[in-house]
Design a protein around this ligand. Structure first.
Ligand SMILES: *[C@@H]1O[C@H](CO)[C@@H](O)[C@H](O)[C@H]1NC(C)=O
Length: 217
């Protein structure tokens, strides 16, 4: 195994074992520092807008009201903190989840689903075919890994919310449609028969659905 992979795997492992929500360190270098230390917006808003109605300044409220948005709640549930870390690392996604004018349904795979994948989200068999075992070495390799992980994350962001049953929507960056059905009261994402474990959050710009598997990436 190459050092980059060990590095990434070690980061993911420590991520899963701790409550730290961070991405593989190798990716951090590619994104602006501000992404990682985004100041809490709520207190600032309170400070400059004392006239906000009660409830609007409470980041713990939710329920689709007030100013709580997806980026505020992605880190709430530890069972999806690997995926949540990915969304923070991909700038276009993190901007989207931070934008109250863009609704999304985030299909967040459980940590266990990501950990059990036969290949990691940043690995593409085609890269190994053309570049061999060093595919993710060096700066080019890191960019390749970053691109692949972005594709993985995008396949799990449905660009609309509410997302009605049976409505076919193309996830971001995807050429194929996704929809969901209900079987015995359980929501199943199609294609792939991926069970929705729960709807973890409903906020002003969308919902976070926790899912048991991953979409094809
Ligand atoms: C965005 O989501 C909110 C909260 O569910 C909803 O009220 C609003 O109609 C949605 N906007 C669009 C364009 O779907």
């Amino acid at each position: 195994m190459k050092s980059t992979q060990i590095y990434i795997l070690a980061s993911l492992t420590s991520l899963a074992c701790s409550q730290l929500i961070a991405l593989p360190l190798s990716f951090k270098r590619l994104t602006p520092h501000s992404l990682w230390n985004r100041p809490e917006q709520q207190p600032i808003m309170d400070a400059v807008s004392p006239a906000l109605p009660p409830g609007q300044g409470n980041p713990g409220s939710g329920g689709g009201q007030g100013s709580v948005i997806l980026s505020d709640v992605m880190g709430r549930d530890r069972s999806i903190n690997i995926f949540a870390g990915f969304t923070r690392d991909i700038e276009s996604i993190s901007r989207r989840l931070d934008n109250s004018a863009q609704n999304s349904t985030v299909l967040a795979p459980l940590n266990s689903a990501i950990e059990n994948l036969p290949r990691k989200p940043w690995e593409d068999p085609a890269d190994y075919d053309t570049l061999g075992a060093d595919a993710y070495e060096g700066e080019d390799g890191q960019e390749r890994a970053q691109r692949n992980i972005r594709r993985f994350v995008e396949a799990h962001i449905v660009p609309s919310s509410p997302w009605p049953k049976n409505e076919k929507v193309k996830p971001i960056g995807s050429n194929t449609q996704a929809w969901w059905e209900e079987k015995d009261g359980v929501r199943m994402i199609q294609p792939g028969n991926i069970e929705v474990v729960s709807i973890a959050s409903t906020v002003a710009n969308g919902e976070v659905w926790i899912i048991k598997g991953v979409r094809n990436y």
